[in-house]
Write a protein that binds this ligand. Sequence first.
Ligand code: ADP
Ligand code: CP
Length: 312
Amino acid sequence: MSRIVIALGGNALGKTAAQQQEMIQNATPSLIGLIENGNEIIISHGNGPQVGMISLAFAVASQHSGNVSNFEFPECTAMSQGYIGYHLQKGILRELKHKGMPWHVATVITQIEVEKDDPAFHNPTKPVGGFYTKEQAQEIMKENPNLLFKEDSGRGYRQLVASPKPIDIVEKDSILNLLDQEFIVIACGGGGIPVIRDEEGDYHGVSAVIDKDFASSKLAELVSADYLFILTAVDQVAIDFGKPNQKNLTDITVEEARKYIEEGQFAPGSMLPKVEAAITFAQSKQGRVAVIGSLEKAVQAMDGSSGTRIHL
Ligand SMILES: Nc1ncnc2c1ncn2[C@@H]1O[C@H](COP(=O)(O)OP(=O)(O)O)[C@@H](O)[C@H]1O
Ligand SMILES: NC(=O)OP(=O)(O)O
């Protein structure tokens, strides 16, 4: 039996509640297939599009109605954990019932500690929300000089927010206890709610969005996982991505992955954090393997017939 942490990409979950449920319905047979094959799974997920949408919805509504307040990113990430966790629980329970499997599933609202002085607070790099044209992005930045937009992997312009590195998972004992009780645990959604710890040991939310790939790598180390699957909208990591000579990668060492990073092969804010998180996990212990692949192909990611495997 292998223990697998599966990180589901926020962009791969679609833009609307209906799309999200459809994406999850397509992905659950493959996720539950891993359990049928004798493995144990722990699920995390992104929230880039969702947290941006939630934040924007409150910002716009609060401008037009005295009955709606604006919400900061920690609260918006908490809402995204509930919204996505709800659909994941619903989809997984349905598949378990269909297969007659006696597992339980629960979402843990997860806070993740970050460093108060993380330099990332002064250099926003995490794309959130929807995609805009260059002209639309410039117009928004003119009206809101505190917002920053940048091009994201050839897909359009997106808002950038600070993305500090995760240092500890506050609810780690709850996660480990649920795993001991044979729960399928959904945790660290949206990279976790970023919090800083004060001198009394109390936690306070900070305005940022943690990259779920880094948070998932932390989670995978915490639960002593054998595999970290980072599932997104593409089947494999590529070099020369989007160019006529694009080459998809099937199996690479940590050393090769580092070389490709140095060559600038992976876009910051999208594929780069996935490859960096995969390296961190794969090098944490001999035998650990990270796979970057597509949402519906988790079973193939396990048997090596799809995805990009990264190992020492
Ligand atoms: N070198 C690369 N190989 C494959 N995909 C890449 C590469 N560089 C950028 N991408 C883009 O990164 C996307 C995955 O990042 P993103 O959409 O941010 O992930 P998530 O699914 O976690 O939200 C892919 O769908 C692809 O469009
Ligand atoms: N929080 C986060 O990393 O979300 P995405 O995976 O959607 O970018």
